[in-house]
Design a protein around this ligand. Structure first.
Ligand code: NAD
Length: 480
């Protein structure tokens, strides 16, 4: 699959880019070219924001009925579904995501999100007449915030873009999306689907480019809200800028989540469920539980069980249906992950498994599934997000100590608690400072708010809560 594009999707059509700069995309498994696309410049962002502005201010879009907006979202879902195979393969080729996961998330989940928000648009009350105890009524109106600048990372490029597009469109907003240069090909497929679905001109616009272009979009005077998913470092800069501008912003950032294995847990069930919770997308997942908290009374048993499980994982070509762990997304990212592995060893953690590159996979940015034991929660590998298939086992003494260690982190995005007694696990889960946590498993519910606390972010995606993030409130007092 080689994909080449020469124009950008802006204002409802394909337009020539302002410059001749291009983004080259490379296959994470073969290191061969996957194609190239134009890199948008500031003039393209100006044009995209102007188109989104016009579609919001002067077209019937923002005042279209929720049913009409729902119809557009449903048609977009159909057009995306039709492109499912091409889209999911494009993602796996670019960032190494095993195809089975890509099909589930980048394909199925993205389509489901569009349909979910189509339905939610039609069932949401955008105006409500509320009686006041002072003896009159007030009309509470929820109107779209306006033009949204959406910035997404490379790890789940389709679903994270749709996570913003779907509630924004359901609310009546218009969107300018800046995909990550590392996974930009899928964004052109999304744009083609939007075109086929008849999304009104200017409602969705794509401007592929790097962080400088993202920063330009964040500060653009024509934008009303920023929706960002990416690293905590970038999120801080964006939050600072939006703070200075008093521009609403949602920030979905990094994580260093804990899987708390309670002392009564069935370890076979833990390893069955831990794969998605800890290693989905080769560990390139924001909410991954990469700190494994093990009771000291069963510590050796836990380490042995995890080593057996990790050692048996199929590492290889992400397009092979049997592959569980594919390559990392880029050479630079693998270097970063290998740097963390070296740091773990240097700081005294015990390398139980992996730590190197898998034999027989000389091409592609592969890293062996890696397990460290005897990890101190204060060490670098326990504090920083590695974003690769690297797990650290940390010992604790008693449930309270487990919660203390789980909460002793800058982050709070995911988490999981494992026990034979789900009530006990739920009780521990209540005490973990995080935005999301699973009991004896981890799943992401599109009908429930997802997001982080502490350095993992501000705001929530999914569920009616995400729709609320694209709406602003107005009270119209009716005293007479
Ligand atoms: P990144 O922060 O480097 O880049 C993310 C996006 O922001 C890219 O499109 C990039 O070009 C852009 N960008 C970077 N700096 C910017 C700036 N100063 N202003 C505007 N735009 C800027 O992150 P990444 O390496 O692409 O993605 C991995 C990170 O994303 C991880 O930290 C991961 O945890 C996080 N993430 C979080 C969630 C979540 O829901 N919380 C989901 C997926 C990924």
């Amino acid at each position: 699959m080689v994909m080449t594009y020469d124009s950008l999707f802006v204002g409802g059509g394909w337009v020539a880019p302002a410059s001749d700069r291009r983004i080259e995309v490379v296959n994470a498994t073969t290191e061969e070219s996957l194609g190239s696309v134009p890199e948008a410049g500031e003039a393209d962002v100006d044009r995209a924001v102007a188109a989104a502005r016009q579609a919001f201010d002067d077209s019937p879009w923002a005042t279209a009925s929720p049913v009409e907006r729902g119809d557009v979202l449903n048609r977009f879902a159909d057009a995306l579904e039709k492109r499912g195979e091409q889209l999911t393969r494009a993602v796996s080729l670019q960032n190494g995501m095993p195809l089975s996961l890509s099909e589930q998330f980048e394909g199925g989940y993205a389509v489901a999100l569009l349909r979910y928000y189509a339905a939610l648009a039609t069932s949401t009350e955008f105006e409500e007449r509320r009686p006041s105890p002072l003896g009159f009524d007030t009309l509470i109106r929820r109107s779209p915030v306006g033009v949204v600048g959406a910035i997404v990372p490379w790890n789940y490029p389709v679903v994270l873009a749709v996570t913003k597009i779907a509630p924004a469109l359901a609310a009546g907003c218009t969107v300018v999306i800046k995909p990550s240069p590392g996974t930009v090909l899928d964004s052109f497929l999304l744009a083609e689907a939007a075109e086929e679905a008849g999304v009104p001109p200017g409602v969705l616009n794509w401007v592929p480019g790097g962080r400088e272009l993202g920063a330009y979009l964040v500060s653009h005077p024509g934008v009303d809200k920023i929706a960002f998913t990416g690293s905590t470092a970038a999120g801080r800069l964006i939050g600072e800028r939006c703070g200075a501008m008093l521009r609403p912003v949602s920030l979905e950032l990094g994580g260093k989540s804990a899987a708390v294995i309670l002392d009564d847990a069935d370890l076979n069930k833990v390893t069955e469920g831990l794969f998605f919770a800890s290693l989905a997308n080769n560990g390139q997942t924001c909410m991954a539980c990469t700190r494994i908290l093990a009771p000291r009374s069963r510590y050796d048993e836990v380490v042995e069980s995890l080593a057996g499980w990790l050692g048996g994982l199929q590492v290889g070509d992400p397009l092979e249906p049997s592959t569980q762990v594919g390559p990392l997304a880029s050479a630079e990212h693998r270097e970063r992950v290998e740097g963390f592995i070296a740091k773990g060893r240097a700081e005294g953690a015990r390398l139980v498994l992996g730590g190197g590159r898998p034999a027989g996979l000389e091409r592609g940015w592969f890293v062996q599934p890696t397990l460290f034991a005897d990890v101190d929660n204060a060490s670098t590998i326990a504090r920083q997000e590695i974003f690769g298939p690297v797990l650290s086992v940390i010992a604790y003494d008693g449930d309270e100590d487990a919660v203390r260690i789980a909460n002793d982190s800058e982050y709070g995005l995911g988490g999981s608690v494992w026990s034979a007694d789900s009530e006990r696990a739920t009780s521990v889960a209540r005490s973990v400072q995080t935005g999301t946590v699973g009991v004896n498993g981890y799943v992401i519910d599109l009908n429930a708010p997802f997001g982080g606390v502490k350095a993992s972010g501000i705001g929530r995606e999914f569920g009616p809560e995400a729709l609320a993030g694209y709406l602003q409130l107005k009270s119209i007092y009716l005293p007479a």
